[in-house]
Design a protein. Sequence first.
Length: 116
Amino acid sequence: QVQLVESGGGLVQAGGSLRLSCAATGSTSSINAMGWARQAVGKQRELVASISSAGSTSYADSVKGRFTLSRDNAKNTVYLQMNSLKPEETAVYYCNVYTTWRRTYWGQGTQVTVSS
């Protein structure tokens, strides 16, 4: 089992920045990839960014150049730095991890609201 605790959401004006954090506990030695997804009201959940245990990152096209994902393996924590936020990026952001036994765990989500 892996438990995830997210923090850093909130209200920001368009063009502003937020930094999300997600700390994993439990069977952390099983964690392979870590990342973030988001779900806006009435829309499907979409992957935003992910990072492998080796540090390789991938991003959704819509956030490339504005979002940066980093990982502290010693703290089992992943960070999502979000810059130049847009109102349409208002959503609940969910941390996720993928384990070596091919299971995905999700956090409870943190609300990000971008005002215009």
